[in-house]
Design a protein around this ligand. Sequence first.
Ligand code: AMP
Length: 189
Amino acid sequence: MTMSRIVLLGAPGAGKGTQACLLVEGLGVPHISTGDMLRAAVAAQTPVGLRAKAVMESGALVGDDIVIAIARERLRESDCQEGFILDGFPRTDAQAEALDALLSDLGTPLECCLAITADTEEVLGRLLKRAEIEGRADDTEEVIRERMRVYEEQIAPLLDHYRGQGLVVEVNGMGTVEEVAARIEEALG
Ligand code: AMP
């Protein structure tokens, strides 16, 4: 049987967003992005949104208490019983532990931590080219390298957490969208 309770990790420029959309379509399970939920809360000016707004604008992480609460509420909804693709959550150890506890309570443990890997130099080249075409001044080499460094720093403990549970599946994110999608399909069985 195909795995359908998945945490998706992906380096900047590895095509995580695109692959998340394809996976959701293929598996027929909801795409749960805490970033999207937080942006919606900010737009709706809910109490969570009001607390999260400034933090998000600074690029820092929103507090674990807030993020865990919104993820918990969402995962308890009935459409998650058949599975889910978690995108952007967990990002910290505390979040990973809270997720384990919640899914264990619900009797639906995680089946896979899918990590889409990327070759740093190739991604850098791609992103710089895109920035040039789109005339984006913010995508300088320095900024892109910093985003990658932050990602590596955040992701290492999460990978350790899920490696300890034997859940990590790494898929090479280099190549065309179709090639990567085919690798993911194969990896998920
Ligand atoms: P994303 O769209 O996943 O890149 O998230 C956008 C922003 O939302 C991040 O820069 C954080 O400020 C916040 N955010 C999203 N998910 C989380 C999370 N799991 N933990 C903390 N902050 C988060």
